[in-house]
Write a protein that binds this ligand. Structure first.
Ligand code: MLC
Ligand code: AMP
Length: 504
């Protein structure tokens, strides 16, 4: 094939009047109209001087336009780099500079604040808004609505997704066409998606879950998407009777269960509920089944690997487990040296397969730390495989907090807290939260004789970090607990503050 990603996901729908997206205003967008928009975007991208392998960064609201940029990147061989819309200009600055993006598309409302950042990085900044307006859309409007797809190979890079790290410095995970395609093809079959499906799509499209899992599966299978700008439980309940499937993070499921109008009748036409990106409590799994008669299918993935495991479509979906390794994915549980440990024992999960990324952009040493020479990727997740082959994740070896499906690395927050007046040092921990699963809490050790100004610290935080990363509480103490080696004992702090957001 000339361009495996574009041909498999998009070109197959060329000329089809079938519905691709149901939009919030009640209108529907056909595959053909979508592809024509993408083709105009592709011409414009080329006209702006981008060549295959160049990076195009986007920080725009969830919209058909945002997906069309993804399609246009696939068609032109340009690397798609989507950014969380919650990131501050200070955060965006790093991504633009690190990736060397040539073009940056943002919403008009953020354009002024982002302009200096684009100038500094050398990226050309244009606007693209969710309603189809903006300087990029205006320029593309005059372009032809067909584009000769630029040939690419399976091993060529298709996307960069940035993922934070324990040092606080984000790393650009380089994903090839084959990483995305192989995974989407396996999942489409494993979860039995067809053109008869209608997916409730309320996830953001700047992460693996909403983009490479949900959207790619719908594109391969021809399924339709009810495409929401964000998650709203009321809308989901209203639309569920005309849908067949849903993908969500655990917060989606707990929020649905909080509603009395979410009933078995509402879910009567659904065939599949999928959860991932964060641990689904076994209790939520059971409550959901009792309410709807459906057993949620939990799967496990990562930015660097796409999806690794899934509970079966047929067969037992076991609460508290993430199921079996997917076809083509090898999974092993190892000790720190990379030696496999006996079945049933807890160790670090490592995975290998066509789903595993190519490495971190311009960070060979980080890549070498996590990607073994034999191709196994060290996930940093702790788990075990039981006698029946089901994988259970029991914890994380990495210092990571997952809040409502978003990753938060404590180090990033600690770097801000440590600089605040009156703070000697800080430790950020994740504590249980009824809505988000986990949430960050900052523990500050005061400088002797000084008192940190919490309001000033939170104001500083607002400039530095996206809202979802902000600690929900800051606690001031005299000193952080340390072990005999002098290392801060985060486990002691987690235990002390675990009840801060307890329900009831
Ligand atoms: C929003 N806020 C969050 C938050 N989302 N805070 C912490 N954690 C989150 N996840 C902030 C808002 O800015 C707001 O700030 C306040 O919390 C309350 O907002 P809300 O209206 O309740 O939030 P909402 O917009 O409803 O969003 C919650 C959510 C959303 C759960 C729907 O976060 C979401 O869509 N999460 C999915 C993330 C995802 O797709 N992850 C996949 C990663 S891929 P204020 O100012 O009001 O206080 C991956 C691989 C894999 O992990 O395996 O899939
Ligand atoms: P990200 O880097 O955003 O892709 O997040 C990946 C991390 O999310 C994994 O390393 C896991 O820690 C976590 N994760 C994803 N799916 C699950 C799941 N079903 N259960 C528990 N943790 C999960």
């Amino acid at each position: 094939m000339a361009n495996p990603l574009y041909d498999t996901l998009f070109a197959r729908h060329s000329g089809r009047d079938t519905v691709f997206l149901h939009l919030p205003d009640g209108s529907a967008l056909t595959h053909d109209s979508f592809l024509r928009m993408a083709a105009r975007f592709a011409h414009q991208i080329v006209q702006f001087g981008l060549e295959p392998g160049d990076r195009l960064a986007v920080q725009i609201g969830k919209s058909p336009q945002a997906l069309a940029v993804y399609a246009a990147c696939a068609q032109t061989g340009v690397i798609f780099l989507p950014l969380n819309t919650a990131y501050t200009p200070a955060e965006v600055s790093y991504f633009l500079e690190n990736s060397g993006a040539k073009l940056f598309l943002c919403d008009a409302k953020g354009a002024e604040a982002l302009a200096p950042v684009s100038v500094k990085s050398g990226a050309r900044q244009e606007t693209l808004n969710g309603d189809g307006s903006g300087s990029f859309a205006d320029a593309a409007a005059g372009q032809p609505d067909e584009f000769d797809t630029i040939p690419r190979e399976k091993g060529d890079l298709a996307a960069f997704l940035y993922t934070s790290g324990t040092t606080g410095r984000s790393k650009g995970a380089m994903l090839t066409q084959d990483n995305l395609l192989s995974n989407a093809q396996v999942l489409t079959d494993y979860w039995r998606f067809t053109d008869q499906d209608v997916l409730l799509h309320a996830l953001p499209i700047f992460h693996t879950h909403g983009l490479f899992v949900a959207t790619n599966i719908c594109l391969i299978s021809g399924a339709q998407m009810i495409f929401y700008p964000g998650f709203d439980a009321e809308q989901m309940v209203r639309d569920m009777p005309r849908a067949t499937s849903m993908m969500g993070v655990p917060t989606f499921y707990t929020r649905l269960l909080d509603r009395d109008d979410f009933t078995a009748d509402v879910a009567r036409n659904m065939r599949l509920f999928i959860s991932g990106s964060a641990p689904l409590l076994a209790e939520t799994h059971r409550e959901f089944e009792a309410r709807t008669g459906h057993r949620i299918l939990e799967r496990y993935g990562m930015t660097e690997t796409n999806m690794n495991t899934s509970n079966p479509y047929e067969g037992e979906r076991r609460a508290g487990t993430v199921g079996y390794p997917l076809p083509g994915v090898e999974l092993r549980v190892c000790d720190e040296s990379g030696a496999e440990i006996p079945q049933g024992e807890i160790g670090t999960i490592e995975v290998r397969g066509p789903n595993v990324f190519k490495g971190y952009w311009q960070m060979p040493e980080k890549t070498a730390e996590e990607l073994r020479e034999n191709g196994f990727f060290i996930t940093g997740d702790l788990g075990l495989v039981d006698a029946d082959g089901y994988v259970t994740i029991v914890g994380r070896g990495k210092d990571l907090i997952i809040s409502g499906g978003y990753n938060i690395y404590p180090k990033e927050i600690e770097l801000v807290l440590d600089q605040a007046p009156g703070v000697l040092e800080s430790a950020v921990i994740g504590v249980p939260h009824p809505d988000f699963g986990e949430t960050p809490v900052g523990v500050l050790a005061r400088r002797p004789g000084e008192e940190p100004d919490i309001d000033a610290i939170m104001a500083e935080m607002a400039d530095a970090l996206a809202r979802f990363k902000h600690p929900r509480k800051l606690v001031v103490v005299d000193a952080l607990p340390r072990n005999t080696m002098g290392k801060v004992q985060k486990n002691v702090l987690r235990d002390e503050y675990k009840g801060l957001f307890a329900q009831g």
